[in-house]
Design a protein around this ligand. Sequence first.
Ligand code: AMP
Length: 422
Amino acid sequence: MNFDALGLSAPILRAVKDAGYTEPTPIQRDAIPPAAKGRDVLGCAQTGTGKTAAFSLPLLQRVDALATDDPCVRALVVTPTRELAAQIGESLTTYGKHLEDLWHTVIFGGVNEKPQIAELKKGVDVIVATPGRLLDLMNRGFVVLDKIDVFVLDEADRMLDMGFLPDVKRIVAKLPKKRQTLFFSATMPPEIRQLAESMLHDPVSVAVAPVSSTAERIEQHLYFVDKTNKRALLAEVLAEDSLERALVFSRTKHGANRIAQFLEKRGVSSAAIHGNKSQGARTRALDGFKSGSVRVLVATDIAARGIDVDGVSHVINFDLPNVPETYVHRIGRTARAGASGIALSFCDTEEREYLVDIERLIGRHLARIDEHGFVASQPAPPMTDLESRSKGGGQRPGGGKKKSSRRGGGRGRRGGRPRRAS
Ligand code: AMP
């Protein structure tokens, strides 16, 4: 099946194609057609399954169809963490890039509220928010939600774990009764099922297998290393002949460039791909990687979206991701089409908290490599309990990097403001 059969409009299909997606994921295949027709959806799916596009594409289509000169918030996405909020904001920019004059903004706590309020005052069509800050801004009159047509509740079970359910209920109480609701949760404990029943009208239920299960086929190793020694360790592991074609993940664009330059100096054929590279440079790098002339491709998470290369023997996490599902998604690049693969992860002292989250998500410990040339100066931490999950409020350890709010759009229904760089 391809995307054309899902009932999406031409500008959205074009953006999906630009993102490099060729086939919808199961959750997209099942959720988009009813959502595009305006039905409520109850989706049982984790991050990493493509659920963001599953709700973002129909949401954008509907908001675009309803656009008027009346500046009001038409759609609201509520999600538990600032990282998820920022990622959803980026997805809306990606998928909404060919929609004229459609604006969105991202709101989360832990950062200065003033830029967020300034964005809201300019008028936005879509808000992506974490519950606490949203409620605060609603209570102070900066956000009015009485014209919402589409409401998305993302990661409802994590909201419960983090103690956000009362806030979510307060937000929902302020929404118009007549609206479309798309409700997503990885699991359905009784409280969440009850909440879903109270919010959804004749929903279509869709469910997909948890993403963590894809990690089972992959051999996963872990190196504790000091940050300053990561590049040297990378050169050491790349000296192995068994490493035919490696995809190396870097958290930043700058980091990706530096790694690729370092490897080239060492005589390892490599290339970096990230958002600052031209489309031509990205295509050349990918073609080289596919043909085998480039042995190591260094990528950021966003640039790696849509990369579909068979025969990646190793995925190397030069930096550990702070969103655990991203780990699963990254390592899935090495086990395409039922093949097995190897994932190596480098963990410095600051990343040890991320490791805890990752191991809890996948329900197993990564195999520690104790003997290598660059063992960390601080002793390795004890293995963590895989069962316990953190309760209570707050963000994930380490937080996310600050993101400015984003918008897509252009023609200027509201005064021709320039499109924001994304
Ligand atoms: P999500 O579960 O929404 O966090 O998505 C996980 C990752 O899958 C993101 O990096 C998306 O860009 C990517 N993705 C989503 N849909 C598709 C698709 N149909 N084809 C390829 N990649 C996709």
